[in-house]
Design a protein around this ligand. Structure first.
Ligand code: TRP
Length: 453
């Protein structure tokens, strides 16, 4: 927050900066690590279709709702609801959001630590096999050990904390502008290599040839959770970022562009991963380790693989950092604005707390592997509950808030910049926010809980 005039809120410098920051938040491990592993567990193409439908239909209007709340209130998620609806319980959405931010950061930093380790392995040229069982040994020996995964997780959170202390504009905007396009290009190169591997065809069929008998209520809930996780919606990240957006930025355009870019990166990650999964004979349903089992094998099969592996993992770490920063920012904005703790202290406090819970998530692959909460390991519990339950629940109440409770006061003014923009899709957004999104989320939930049978 260094060069911000006194009394003025920190903000993004340009409208491209806003886009870059929102893409920075959205594009991360959610696209490249979580999307392939969840898609793999849910049988591929049919899941992808449900996923894309949810992004379009629910994701974009919800992004727009969050951005408009944030820019209108100029506050963190809890403060925003308190300001718009004083004395009402809506601020609880913000509380759940801050709790979700804590939980997501905890296991996110575990996986980000894995990517740091793979960066290190690439530099040492230790990634040199495309043999499935050797790839598995490489990953298993590392992630079930005790010290190294914790070490990398701490390093990652240290970086995250340092960027957040530096502040939104100086910290986030500068890097995403250059590095996200670069990540995009290298993903395309990786996809080309993967698709041309021998035996790649099965992977493309898996990803693009839908088998609708594979769609169950769990598939739909997983798609909902994954869409919210990947777009960074449902917990107030975009309320926080919305509060830093300038008054003349076009919120609907930003939402559309971010959702498109994010989905594009996820699909590209799928095109890079699944052909290789099939070519190497790895199980698509391998779970959270899937990309770490697959990627090294692609590099090994590539001309210039040494160089590309380093570049890719460095960029992945950076993509994870810009996302992690946006999650931590939710907690820090709350601590500084509502509890009046100084930014630096707030960041240190939040980072330390995340590391405590995060260590448990990391150790749930080794020392704590037998500790279960509702029959899930600590890692799986944090991952599942935050993405599949807390984000959709948060999203549900956010669209109710905008569609039915307080939206009249600000929604159309924010979307049209006080009448200065013509937004042709406005009636569609309204319809979705009022009816389609809340009903769809409620149905998915009730169905999964078995209430609809
Ligand atoms: N969307 C990011 C990713 O795909 C992760 C993330 C950032 C996030 N902020 C969030 C997830 C808020 C849920 C909520 O890696």
């Amino acid at each position: 927050m260094s060069n911000i005039p006194q009394g003025k809120r920190d903000s993004f410098g340009s409208s491209f900066g806003v886009f870059a920051a929102a893409v920075g938040s959205a594009v991360g491990l959610g696209n490249i690590w979580r999307f392939p592993y969840i898609t793999g567990q849910n049988g591929g193409a049919a899941f992808l279709l449900v996923y894309l439908a949810i992004v379009l239909l629910i994701g974009i209007p919800l992004m727009l709702s969050e951005l408009s709340i944030g820019r209108h209130a100029q506050k963190n998620p809890i403060g925003a609801f308190l300001q718009i609806a004083p004395g009402k319980p809506w601020f609880l959405i913000g509380i759940v959001g801050v709790a979700a931010a804590f939980m997501i950061s905890s296991f996110y930093s575990t996986v980000a630590g894995w990517t740091l380790h793979y960066t290190y392995l690439s530099v040492l040229d230790k990634i040199n096999t495309s043999n499935a069982s050797e790839l598995e040994t490489l990953f298993n020996e590392f992630h079930t050990s005790q010290f190294m995964p914790l070490f990398w997780q701490f390093v990652f959170m240290l970086f995250t904390g340092l960027i957040v202390i530096a502040g939104v504009r100086d910290g986030i905007e500068k890097y995403t502008k250059i590095l996200m396009p670069l990540l995009f290009i290298i993903l395309i190169i990786l996809s080309i290599r993967s698709v041309t591997l021998e035996g790649a065809k099965g992977g493309l069929e898996f990803l693009f040839y839908p088998d609708f008998s594979k769609i169950h209520s769990k598939t739909v809930l997983d798609a909902l959770g994954q869409a919210f996780f990947s777009l960074s919606i449902g917990m107030g990240t975009l309320i926080t970022y919305g509060s830093y957006i300038q008054k003349n930025a076009n919120l609907s355009r930003i939402s559309l562009q971010v959702a498109l870019a994010d989905s594009f990166v996820a699909i590209l990650a799928g095109i890079a991963i699944f052909p290789a999964v099939f070519a190497f004979g790895i199980a698509p349903s391998s779970g959270p380790g899937l990309v770490f089992l697959t990627l090294p094998g692609i590099f090994e099969q590539m001309t210039g693989g040494y160089f590309f592996s380093i570049l890719f993992f460095v960029l992945l770490v950076i993509a994870a950092l810009t996302s992690s920063v946006s999650i931590l920012e939710v907690v820090v904005a709350y601590l500084t604005e509502e509890l009046k703790i100084k930014r630096k202290q707030a960041t240190i406090l939040a980072t330390a707390g995340i590391l405590v819970i995060g260590s448990l998530a990391t150790l749930s692959f080794s020392t704590l592997k037998d500790a279960h909460i509702f029959s899930k390991t600590i890692f799986d519990f944090l991952d599942y509950v935050s993405a599949n339950l807390m984000l959709p629940l948060g999203g549900f109440f956010i669209v109710i808030f905008v569609g039915w409770a307080y939206g009249k006061k600000f929604f159309s003014a924010e979307i049209t910049n006080d009448g200065n923009l013509v937004v042709r899709l406005f009636p569609v957004f309204n319809l979705v926010i009022k009816y389609i999104a809340p009903i769809a989320i409620a149905l998915v939930f009730l169905n999964e809980l078995g209430i609809l049978g």
